[in-house]
Write a protein that binds this ligand. Structure first.
Ligand code: DAH
Length: 346
């Protein structure tokens, strides 16, 4: 009886069915009431006591093997009926890797979220721009050093010597979107413009030829410097924590008057002094000011009726502060080992 069981086991394990008919024959042969296995169980009753235990175990194994084979083939054949060659649709799916957002996108979304909560819209403009929108209409003097080939990537320069409003270039700041918005909308205007900007810099841990900025613009009647200050204070506290202090230092930009730069109390040491803030307790985060009347007029906005403020900030800087990643190049290499570490809800 042992040999018989063993040979049936071998037959079962090598069996495969091409269709439902063959599988039904298998069931009839082995498992049905009149099949070989119930027959063997019948025979088993007459086995002498000494061998009974061992043969009983073996028979159970055989019965189980036949039943399992039948079950497996039944599901397999079910899928094999389809014309494509998926082998077993009941198998668990391949484990997909879940993606994560780029740290720059996370910070950009956070900035957008902070400003849209107080009524700012989001606007975008082209990365390939003309001199008019990047410089001239923003009140840059013809000889301003930012127009220099060493700072600006020109795509086509009409006159190699002089700046020309028709020169085509990669925008060096998102302030160009201010101009496009002013050209196309009437005040009140309240918008932020996130985007990529390009400058002709040697790549190092602290500088890159591509980086990201968010521009802000608010134009209406009676907009004052106090509105600017309070808006930026709100931003700083939302972005860097509610105990953040700000300070505004006088500065110069051609497109704002007066102009200022904003520092926040160091988010690493809380203002006590550390090597991130170079022991000053303060970190520079953005430039801002009241929109220069010449800039309003260049886009046909009546500077006697309307005033406005503008600000511009880099996105890499808050990302570096938030994530303590101090080499800019990591943000541009897209190494999965780096990116995987930024799984968040944003
Ligand atoms: N465009 C400036 C830059 O790239 C940043 C800036 C400063 C934008 C002052 C502004 C502003 O709107 O008012 O450095």
């Amino acid at each position: 009886m042992f040999e018989k069981i063993n040979s049936l086991l071998a037959e079962i394990s090598s069996f495969s069915a091409k269709g439902n008919e063959e599988l039904e024959l298998f069931r009839l042969k082995f498992l049905s009431k009149k099949g070989l296995i119930p027959e063997l169980f019948e025979e088993f009753r007459n086995i002498p006591g000494a061998d009974k235990k061992e043969i009983g175990q073996k028979l159970n194994i055989l019965k189980q093997a036949a039943q399992e084979k039948y079950n497996i083939l039944k599901t397999g054949i079910h899928t094999a009926d389809y014309s494509f060659s998926a082998e077993d649709l009941t198998r668990p799916a391949f484990p997909w890797m879940l993606g994560s957002r780029h740290p720059i996108s996370i910070i950009r979304n956070e900035i957008i979220d902070i400003f849209t909560r107080i009524g700012f819209t989001v606007s975008e403009g082209p990365e390939i721009e003309d001199d008019n929108h990047v410089f001239t209409k923003l009140n840059f003097a013809p000889e301003h050093p930012a127009r220099d080939m060493q700072d600006t990537f020109y795509i086509s320069k009409i006159s190699p010597e002089d700046s020309n409003p028709g020169d085509i270039l990669l925008r060096t700041h998102t302030s160009s979107v201010q101009v496009r918005v002013m050209e196309n909308q009437k005040p009140p205007i309240r918008t932020i413009s996130p985007g990529r900007v390009f400058r002709n810099e040697a790549i190092s841990a602290r500088a890159h030829c591509i980086f990201h900025q968010v521009e802000g613009l608010y134009i209406d009647e009676n907009v004052s410097f106090a509105d600017l200050r309070q808006t930026l204070f709100y931003y700083a506290r939302e972005m860097f924590g509610k105990d953040t202090k700000i300070r505004l230092r006088p500065s110069y930009f051609p497109f704002t008057e007066p102009s200022a730069e904003m520092d926040i109390s160091c988010s690493i040491c809380g203002g006590k002094g550390c090597n991130v803030c170079k022991f000053t307790g303060w970190l520079e985060v953005l430039g801002c000011g009241m929109v220069h009347p010449a800039v309003l007029e260049a886009s046909n906005i009546d500077s006697h009726k309307y005033t406005g403020f503008a600000f511009g900030m880099g996105i890499e800087r808050p990302a570096m502060l938030k994530y303590q990643v101090n080499d800019l190049r990591l943000y541009f290499e897209n190494d999965i080992r780096f990116l995987e570490q930024f799984r968040t809800a944003f």
